[in-house]
Write a protein that binds this ligand. Structure first.
Ligand code: APR
Ligand code: PHB
Length: 389
């Protein structure tokens, strides 16, 4: 097979990029190792910045997002006693939309036939070749047969554990990483959310987050030591802990019910730079990971894709290689600011094992300052709604 761009990975980054390129007549194919059901079965976050909503609008795939997404004009920080509301829209004129990543991926998947986007599921053992030339190719196995895609560019949208970043010689780039000493235990339950707006809590006992998927489906998290296992956390123990950590005001509105999904995820900050190596562009989790505290993962994938589409469309449709040359610098400029915000909010809202009474008082004082300062709230708000692309 010959194409202009071979995209590896049919998560949000790969599907968004594929649709954007097809819409401009750039020939591409998406290789996904898993099945559609497997991809949709992944439980992920669901807070969309305007950049992500704008891409779905540009593709004309925003109908369900507009009908079912929950527009949030503020969110809350809690210190165990009180709630401090960050009035996002009042301070920035923008909002965020709560709409599960699974649903966004479903919208992109369901549009692939009518939009002529070729996505090959079950593409196993994808391997990148000659990415340092202007004639790279990707091999993979499908139904037991070896296949090959010749292309001009490869877009690595294959997530943190995919092969694309590994195809770049380590001396051609730099890794930056911070692994956090706790994980997030998350539950999904078909009960009404305890609050119409998200609540991030830093309680003496630890972190909690109250989120939602709809008016009838809630998503909650607490941080737990990395030694904990899901089996150690029956539902009732989680509900009890949430009621304590979220504070009395939120606890009074918690509706308990059986979890329909329960899992522990580790937290990491990670960046690989540069995000382009000759004919290979990295997008999304393939290039960077953020702790979920700032709700940036999906939105950074979207801004990477915004820049990658601009670069590839410029190359193929406007005969200009400028945007390709500047892709990594432009994407990383936004990635690093989101990494800083996610790290900073994680530092503020979690108890670290090495922290003593002084560090705890620094957190209490910072939350007290935020409660009293419009400037401090504005700094948080403009990062949370997403910095401009
Ligand atoms: N060959 C083909 N596809 C692969 C391979 C491979 N060798 N390895 C991984 N993939 C696929 C995965 O199955 C997945 O569907 O690449 C896709 C990567 O998708 P994501 O991991 O969702 O990454 P991305 O599209 O960048 O979206 C980032 O997803 O993980 C969340 O928190 C993250 O919200 C953020 C978003
Ligand atoms: C979620 O709803 O899953 C969610 C929301 C906000 C976050 C992380 C996860 O910061």
């Amino acid at each position: 097979m010959n194409t202009q761009v071979c995209i590896i990975g049919a998560g949000p980054a790969g599907l968004l990029l594929g649709h954007l390129l097809r819409a401009e007549g750039v020939d591409c194919v998406v290789l996904e190792r898993r099945s559609p059901d497997y991809v949709l079965g992944r439980i992920r976050a669901g807070v969309l910045e305007q950049v992500t909503v704008t891409l779905m609008e540009r593709l004309g795939l925003d109908a369900r997002l507009k009908a079912e997404g929950l527009v949030e004009e503020g969110f809350n920080l809690a210190d165990g006693e009180r709630l401090v509301r960050i009035p996002l829209t009042e301070l920035t004129g923008k909002n965020v939309v709560v709409y599960g990543q699974t649903e966004l991926t479903r919208d992109l998947m369901e549009a692939r036939e009518e939009r002529g986007l070729e996505v090959i599921y079950g593409a196993e053992d994808a391997a990148l070749h000659d990415v340092e030339t202007d004639a790279p190719y990707v091999t993979y196995r499908k139904d037991g047969a070896e296949r090959r895609v010749d292309c001009r560019f490869v877009a690595g949208c294959d997530g943190f554990h995919g092969p694309s970043r590994q195809a770049i010689p380590i001396d051609a780039g730099q890794e930056y990483e911070r692994v956090y000493p706790f994980g997030w235990l998350g539950i999904l339950a078909d009960v009404p959310p305890c609050s119409s707006e998200l609540i991030y809590a830093n309680h003496e006992r630890g972190f909690a987050l109250a989120s939602m998927r709809s008016a009838t489906r809630s998503r909650y998290y607490i941080d737990v030591p990395l030694t904990e296992r899901v089996e150690d956390w029956p539902d009732e123990r989680i509900w009890d802990e949430l009621a304590i950590r979220l504070g009395p005001e939120a606890a009074a509105n918690i509706t308990r019910g059986p979890s329909i999904e329960k899992s522990i995820a580790p937290l990491r900050s990670y960046v690989f730079a540069p995000m382009r190596h000759e004919s290979l562009l990295l997008c999304g989790d393939a290039a960077h990971i953020v702790p979920p505290t700032g709700a940036k993962g999906l939105n950074l994938a979207a801004s990477d894709v915004h820049y990658a589409a601009e670069a590839l469309i410029g190359f193929f449709c406007k005969n200009s290689a400028d945007a390709i040359a500047h892709y990594s610098d432009k994407a990383l400029a936004r990635v690093w600011k989101a990494e800083r915000f996610s790290w900073s909010l994680t530092r503020l809202m979690h108890r670290f094992p090495e922290d003593g009474p002084f560090e705890r008082m620094m957190q209490v004082a910072e939350l007290d300052y935020i409660a009293s300062s419009r400037a401090a709230q504005t700094a948080i708000a403009e990062n949370y709604v997403g910095l401009p692309v």
